[in-house]
Design a binder for this molecule. Structure first.
Ligand code: AKG
Length: 287
C-alpha cells in the first residue's frame, strides 16, 4: 500500500512514524505462536521467574539475533509490504538489512530503564548527516500489545532536539525535554519506523505480570556500507540461515548481500558450488 506523502513528511519531520495493525492478522498470529521457540510464555515465566535467571542477567538478555527458529518469524523482515515502506523512506530500491533481532522483556526480571540515546552510536563508526543523506531506518515490529506500563519506548520527536550536535549520542539534560516525551504505545502487529538519529530510550515494565515482545529490523542504503549491526556471514553456519536463504527470492537475498542475477560473481563454478551449499535453492534466476 505504501506511505502517503504526509506520512513520509511526518517521518522526516518528527523522526518516527507509527503504523498500527501493520501486520496481517494471520502473519501476526503465526509469528506469536512461534515465540515459544525462543522464550517462555509470559504465563510460564511469571509462574516461576527463578527458573529463568538468564533474563535477569542484563536488560539485553532477551535479545535473540536473526535468523530465528521459524520462517513464520523470519519472513516478516523481508516482506514486500515492509520493504516497500523502507524503499520509500530511504529513497532507493537498493537496500540492505543491517539488523534483525527479537526482544522479550518480562516485568520483574530487571530494570529496563535506559538513558535517552541516538541509535547510530552502535550502528556505525561515523555520525549521521544533517541533510539526512545516507540515513538508516530502524524499526520496531510489535508482537504484543505495548503500553506505557509494558515498556513502550519513550521518544522525543526530532524537531525538539535537532539543534543538538549529531555527534552527541546521549542527552545530557533529559529534564529540559520532559514536556516533549511521547511513549510509543500501540497494539500487537504495529510497526514503528524511526530514524537512527532520534533520541529515545527503553523504559521499565511496571505492570505486574507484564511483558513485551518485539522484532527489530534495520535497513540502510547499499551505498552506505559504513552502517551495520550484524555481519550476516557470521550466522552463515546456522541451519536456520541456510533454510532461510533457500526459501526467499532474489530480491530478498540481495538484502543480505547475495549478489543479484547478472552480477559477474555468478559463473558456472559459483552456481554449482552454491547448489552444494544450499541444496534446496532455486538457482535458475542466477544462471
Ligand atoms: O527497548 C526499547 O524500548 C528501546 C531500546 C533501545 O532504544 C536500545 O536498546 O537502543
Amino acid at each position: 500500500m505504501g506511505l502517503s506523502t504526509s506520512q513520509i513528511q511526518q517521518y522526516h519531520e518528527h523522526g518516527y512514524l507509527v503504523l498500527e495493525h501493520f501486520l496481517d492478522a494471520k502473519i501476526l498470529a503465526a509469528a506469536q505462536a512461534q515465540l515459544h521457540l525462543h522464550y517462555p510464555t509470559p504465563a510460564i515465566y511469571h509462574k516461576n521467574p527463578s527458573a529463568y535467571p538468564e533474563f535477569s542477567a542484563s536488560q539485553f538478555a532477551g535479545l535473540v539475533n536473526f535468523p530465528w527458529a521459524s520462517f513464520d518469524l523470519n519472513r516478516i523482515i523481508v516482506s514486500d509490504d515492509l520493504l516497500e515502506l523502507v524503499e520509500q523512506i530511504l529513497e532507493t530500491g537498493d537496500i540492505r538489512i543491517t539488523k534483525g533481532e527479537l526482544w522479550a522483556k518480562y516485568q520483574g526480571a530487571i530494570n529496563y530503564d535506559q538513558m535517552f540515546h541516538r541509535d547510530f552510536g552502535n550502528h556505525t563508526l561515523v555520525v549521521p548527516r544533517e541533510d539526512h543523506r545516507w540515513k538508516e531506518l530502524t524499526t520496531f515490529i510489535y508482537l504484543s500489545d505495548v503500553t506505557k506500563g509494558n515498556g513502550a519506548t519513550a521518544l522525543i520527536p526530532r524537531q525538539h532536539t535537532d539543534h543538538i550536535p549529531l555527534g552527541s549520542r546521549y542527552l545530557e539534560d533529559e529534564n529540559e525535554f520532559e514536556d516533549h516525551v511521547i511513549f510509543i504505545e500501540a497494539p500487537a502487529g504495529s510497526l514503528v519506523l524511526y530514524s537512527y538519529d532520534v533520541f529515545h530510550r527503553g523504559v521499565q515494565i511496571d505492570t505486574p505480570g507484564g511483558y513485551r515482545f518485539m522484532m527489530l529490523a534495520d535497513y540502510a542504503r547499499r551505498d552506505a556500507p559504513w552502517i551495520d549491526r550484524h555481519a550476516w556471514p557470521h550466522h552463515g553456519g546456522r541451519k536456520e540461515m541456510q533454510e532461510f536463504i533457500e526459501s526467499i527470492n532474489v530480491k530478498q537475498r540481495n538484502l543480505f548481500d547475495i549478489p543479484p542475477p547478472g552480477h559477474p560473481y555468478w559463473n558456472a563454478q559459483t552456481l554449482k558450488d552454491m547448489q552444494i551449499r544450499y541444496p534446496d535453492m532455486d538457482l535458475t534466476p542466477y544462471t
